[in-house]
Design a protein around this ligand. Structure first.
Ligand code: SIN
Ligand code: CO
Length: 372
């Protein structure tokens, strides 16, 4: 296994074993000579867009949070404000490429890359997050104070999560290229020392409640319970308002016939985890290509997934943007390659079956994949 500069010279195995979901790790110069991928002005331009999720946090006397889009940001001369721009990886290929450097964690766990911009002394207060995060300093300096405290009581009635009783144990000043990993529920507070930008590589971990509800909903159309309640053996009852034990046990034994297989769950999980968030819209190409034009072009240039596309696979199943396919062995290799590399070369496409070409063409028309 390769030692990674990104992980303080640890291999992915060592990092996962000793730190992931366990304890913080400070990594000086995780990305040496790191330069911001998006300028301040580009960021301020992006937040005008309805498709871009953003929040503005200020603390003059009191914490205040507004949600975007924003036509304008506060004055740059005003201290102490923070702009958070979520999922920048969906909008910028270089940000997506940076996020994919963290692919020693599976795609099913990777959430997004958020960029925060702050003027001097800006921050979002002392808080904890429910998810793991890598905080990469991109521009300027930020002071992080962190704590393993178990008291995670929040101040009531606040527009954002603020710890009532933050007791910092360690303090670090991060410069561009430095990075801090924090496991879930680790108390932290970042304050901008000067104008600064921080990139948060965030993860997703659905709650079992959320998974259970979504799973049952997804199974609703597959439930198949033939027959109807019958009682040729009915006896007269004294308490006619009571639900009888006979009725209860007959219905229980019928309902208990519903069984969920590993495949049911794999299908659900793949569709659920690859489902685009509600605010994501795909842009169809301006000019729809005929099937033959598409093949010709794809065989020449290859294809790549849109930044917004999530593609997963498991055994014979392939998932893309909330849909699933059962694929035969011949096509599996190519589609898995597309999911893993997020692209296929022209040579790859030359080997594709008609079914795969058809699927690729449909996805291209929907804006899910792009010609290179
Ligand atoms: C920030 O980058 O300003 C906040 C990130 C965090 O504390 O999770
Ligand atoms: Co945080």
């Amino acid at each position: 296994m390769k030692k990674l500069t990104l992980l303080n010279g640890l291999t992915a195995t060592e990092f996962l074993r000793d730190y992931w979901q366990k304890k913080p790790l400070l990594i000086r110069q995780a990305i040496p000579e790191f330069k911001p991928l998006v300028t301040r002005d580009q960021l301020f331009e992006m937040i005008k867009d309805e498709d871009v999720e953003s929040r503005l946090i200020t603390c003059q006397k009191q914490w205040k949070m507004d949600t975007g889009p924003f036509a304008q940001v506060p004055s740059l001369r005003q201290k102490n404000w923070t702009l958070l721009v979520q999922s920048m990886n969906l909008h910028d290929a270089s940000v997506d490429a940076l996020m994919r450097q963290f692919n020693f964690i599976p795609d099913t766990r990777l959430d997004d890359l958020m960029i925060s911009y702050a003027t001097e002394s800006g921050g979002v207060g002392a808080h904890f997050d429910s998810y793991d995060v890598f905080l990469l300093q991109a521009h300027g300096r930020r002071r992080w104070r962190i704590s393993a405290q178990t008291d995670l009581t929040l101040v009531e009635d606040m527009p954002l999560k603020i710890l009532q009783n933050f007791q910092p144990e360690e303090e670090f000043i991060l410069e561009p290229g430095d990075m801090l990993y924090l496991p879930p529920h680790y108390a932290h507070e970042g304050v901008a020392m000067d104008e600064c930008m921080t990139y948060s590589i965030g993860f997703r971990a659905p709650s079992y409640q959320e998974l259970g509800e979504a799973f049952l909903e997804s199974m609703i159309d597959t439930i198949d319970l033939p027959g109807r309640y019958a009682d040729p053996d009915l006896k007269p009852s004294k308490q006619h308002a009571e639900i009888s034990s006979t009725m209860l046990s007959k219905v229980s034994s019928e309902l208990n016939k519903m069984r969920f297989t590993q495949d049911d769950i794999a299908l659900f999980l793949g569709e659920y985890l690859s489902e685009p968030a509600t605010h994501i819209y795909f842009t169809a190409p301006a000019l729809a290509l005929s099937a033959s034009r598409f093949i010709q072009k794809a065989q020449k240039t290859g294809v790549k997934l849109s930044l917004k596309t999530q593609m997963l696979h498991r055994n014979k199943y392939v998932f893309i943007n909330g849909t699933s396919f059962e694929v035969d062995n011949a096509d599996l290799q190519l589609l898995r390659k597309l999911a893993e590399n997020r692209s296929l070369t022209g040579d790859d496409i030359q080997t594709a079956s008609d079914d795969v070409i058809d699927a690729l063409h449909t996805w291209q028309k929907d804006g899910w994949i792009l010609l290179n």
